[in-house]
Design a protein around this ligand. Structure first.
Ligand SMILES: *Cc1c(COP(=O)(O)O)cnc(C)c1O
Length: 374
C-alpha cells in the first residue's frame, strides 16, 4: 500500500491541540512571569483545587513529577527498609524504582490478561508479615480491579497507592482513578493525557494527616522556613507549569472523549481479528494508549512503519527481567502473563486531534496486513 495520503502519522501529535490553546496559555504564562512568583504560588493552588474537584479527592498537592508523587507517597506512609510493597511487573520502570529507592522490596504480582493490570487473585499468596502496601497501576488508562484489591488491602491492613499516571479521568464504578485508595499519583509529563510543557505531577489523598505530611515532604520536610521535621525532597511544582495545566484541564474531558471515540472505531474494525482493549462495564477507559495484541506484532509494526505510521511497545521488558532488578533473583517464567503480553502488545496512534481520515488510513493498513499475513 502506498503512503501518498499523509507524510507521517506519529503515535502522538500535539500540534493541532496546541493551536487551540496557544494564545490562552501564552496569556497565563505571561501573568506568571509578571507576578514574580514562580514556585508553589496562586497558580499551583488553583490547579490543586481544580484537580481535587475534578478527581473528587479532598486533598491534592502539586509536585515535580509522577515519579516523585509515588516516592513521596511511600515516604508519607513510612515505608522503607525491611518493608515489602506489592506491585505489577508490567508497568513503566518508575513504579518499581521508587519502592527500591525507598529501601523497600518490590514484590511482583502477575497481571490478568484482560486489563493488563495486577491480578487480584494472585495478591494474597504474595503477602507476608513485611507487606505494607499495594502499589497498583492503571495501565494505558484502564482502571485495575479495584474492588477486589481494596477488599484484600482491608483484610490484611495494607495501604493502597494508585499509580494513576496514565489514568487521569478514568473511572471505576463512578469513582475517579487515583481517588479510590489511600493515595493517588499523577504525572503531567508532556505525553500524558494531561501534559505540561515540562515535568509536573500531583498527589491526591482523602486523609488529612497524609496530606500534611506530603505537603511538608515535598518541600524538604519543612513546614516553617529553616525548620525541618523530616527528611524530604525538593519536589515543588512551578507556577508556569501549573498555569499551562489549568488551561489544558479545561479541555481535558473533550480530549478524553475524542480518545474514546477513536478507540471505539478501532475496536469496531479490529474485533475478531486482533485482541482489542476490553470495554468493561462501569469502568471508563481513557486510552492513554490503545494497545492491540497479536502473535506477529513485530511484522505489523514493520508494515505500519513502511506506510508511515508509528507504533510502540509499552513495555518490551517486564520489571522482574530488568537488569536493575537482577538482585531480586527473578528469572524468565516467573510472571508468564506479563512476559507473554510484552511479546505481543503494540500501541497504535491515538491522540485527541487524530483526524477521521488518518484513523481510516491506520485501520485500512492494519486490515490489509491481517488479510495477507494474519
Ligand atoms: C509516566 C509514568 C510514571 C512517571 O511519571 P514522571 O512524571 O515521568 O515521573 C510513573 N508510572 C507510570 C505508570 C507512568 O506512566
Amino acid at each position: 500500500m502506498s503512503n501518498k495520503t499523509f507524510d507521517q502519522i506519529p503515535l502522538l501529535d500535539l500540534k493541532e491541540e496546541l493551536k487551540l490553546i496557544r494564545s490562552s496559555i501564552l496569556d497565563h504564562v505571561s501573568d506568571v512571569i509578571d507576578s514574580g512568583n514562580y514556585i508553589l504560588g496562586n497558580k499551583v493552588e488553583s490547579l490543586e483545587k481544580e484537580l481535587a474537584k475534578y478527581l473528587d479527592a479532598p486533598y491534592s498537592l502539586g509536585v515535580a513529577n509522577g515519579t516523585d508523587a509515588l516516592q513521596l507517597s511511600l515516604k508519607a506512609l513510612d515505608i522503607g527498609s525491611g518493608d515489602e510493597v506489592i506491585t505489577t511487573p508490567f508497568t513503566f520502570f518508575a513504579t518499581g524504582e521508587v519502592i527500591a529507592q525507598e529501601g523497600a522490596k518490590p514484590i511482583f504480582v502477575d497481571i490478568d490478561e484482560e486489563t493488563y493490570n495486577m491480578d487480584p487473585t494472585k495478591i494474597e499468596e504474595a503477602i507476608t508479615e513485611d507487606t505494607k502496601a499495594i502499589m497498583v497501576v492503571h495501565l494505558y488508562g484502564q482502571v485495575a480491579n479495584m474492588k477486589e484489591i481494596m477488599d484484600i488491602a482491608k483484610k490484611y491492613n495494607l495501604r493502597v497507592i494508585e499509580d494513576a499516571c496514565q489514568a487521569i479521568g478514568s473511572e471505576y464504578e463512578g469513582e475517579r482513578a487515583g481517588a479510590i485508595g489511600d493515595i493517588g499519583c499523577f504525572s503531567f509529563f508532556p505525553t500524558k493525557n494531561l501534559g505540561a510543557f515540562g515535568d509536573a505531577g500531583l498527589v491526591v489523598t482523602n486523609q488529612k494527616d497524609l496530606y500534611e505530611k506530603i505537603a511538608s515532604l515535598r518541600n524538604h520536610g519543612s513546614e516553617e522556613k529553616y525548620h525541618h521535621s523530616s527528611i524530604g525532597l525538593n519536589s515543588r511544582l512551578d507556577e508556569i507549569q501549573a498555569a499551562i495545566l489549568l488551561v489544558k484541564l479545561s479541555h481535558l474531558d473533550t480530549f478524553l472523549a475524542n480518545r474514546q471515540g477513536i478507540a471505539r472505531r478501532y475496536t469496531e474494525h479490529f474485533t475478531g481479528k486482533l485482541t482489542c482493549p476490553p470495554a468493561i462495564e462501569s469502568r471508563e477507559h481513557t486510552f492513554h494508549q490503545y494497545c492491540v495484541e497479536l502473535d506477529n506484532r513485530n511484522e505489523l509494526a514493520a508494515e505500519l512503519k513502511n506506510n508511515g505510521i508509528a507504533s510502540a511497545i509499552y513495555y518490551p521488558i517486564p520489571l522482574h527481567l530488568q537488569e536493575a532488578f537482577q538482585y531480586l533473583g527473578h528469572k524468565e517464567g516467573d510472571f508468564p502473563i506479563s512476559e507473554k503480553v510484552a511479546k505481543r502488545i503494540l500501541a497504535l496512534p491515538i491522540y485527541p486531534m487524530l483526524s477521521v481520515e488518518k484513523q481510516d488510513y491506520v485501520i485500512s493498513v492494519i486490515l490489509n496486513f491481517l488479510e495477507n499475513k494474519g
